[in-house]
Design a protein around this ligand. Sequence first.
Ligand code: GH3
Ligand code: MG
Ligand code: MG
Ligand code: MG
Ligand code: MG
Length: 319
Amino acid sequence: VYNGEAIATGITIFYGVMVTLESARQRILLVDDTRLSNQIMQDILGNDYDIFVSTSGKEALVLAASENVDLILLDVEMPGMNGYEVCRRLKQNPYTKNIPVIFVSSADDVQHETEGLEIGAIDYIIKPSNPAIIRARVKNHLELKKYRDILERISLIDGLTGIPNRRHFDQTLDKEWRRAIRHGDVLSLALIDIDFFKKYNDHYGHLAGDECLKKVGSMLNESLKRASDLGARYGGEEFVILLPSTAKEGALTVTERIRNNVEELGIPHEKSEVANHITVSIGVAAMKPECSKVPSDLIRQADLALYQAKNAGRNRVCS
Ligand code: GH3
Ligand code: MG
Ligand code: MG
Ligand code: MG
Ligand code: MG
């Protein structure tokens, strides 16, 4: 579960997994066609960080996209693709555009430095430079990167339940929708709404209501098996799940398991009109995304199914 105090000390909990950002060594990619230059930087920084080395721009682009690095030290003059071109490509790729780049170059004129910064580098180090200064600059930039990562993660987590929030869900739906169009794949979505939750709050109080939402939220995420499945808090007492590459039958299996798991939490609800414990109603929609449709079509369809589930007596899954 989410813990606000832990976040203040640099520890954040994401997807139910503890991520200790303080203790993980940050990763630096060194890019220079001169092996000796890479070796010098490695000697300066290797004690404090995990170092990846590349001697060409092409190789650097692959490493940057695959190795999850936190900072890139990039030479300007290199045969083939020069540092400016490497930086431009890094900034165009959604997977690498947020990795800070520092140019390291012997070109000490205003034009070179200006161009490097305008392309999007955060700093420009003129070599040869003093090792202590390099260490200090790198440390400052990595510190900023660390807090930017923490903020990004917090912005995608629901503060009450600790599960992904609406913003996270919207981003993922958008991404999965486009992926499904590219692959001609099917996408399922389910809206989950707690039954008679207003009565629950009225009877047990809002704090108990909040505890109930936390339990349902964590149970929801524990019920999802595939790494690509996403469960999020949609708002109020509504949750949503997204099941990529899953047709309706599969979605019905998953959601029936969830409906059942919620019942088995056995949270007492003596004012409920369907049971004496907390239950949920679930609306399922499955769709093969096409250019003529939009993601909200999928949500609307699930919402209609949810409405049916409510009208048909609640504590059930409809599609
Ligand atoms: P139905 O079975 O038709 O869904 O009835 P319901 O009472 O669950 O539906 P309604 O939409 O009328 O009420 C939802 C309630 O959820 C209203 C609000 O008090 C409660 N709620 C929404 N967000 C929160 C929250 O963050 N904490 C708590 N404790 N309650 C919340
Ligand atoms: Mg060079
Ligand atoms: Mg509701
Ligand atoms: Mg309602
Ligand atoms: Mg409700």
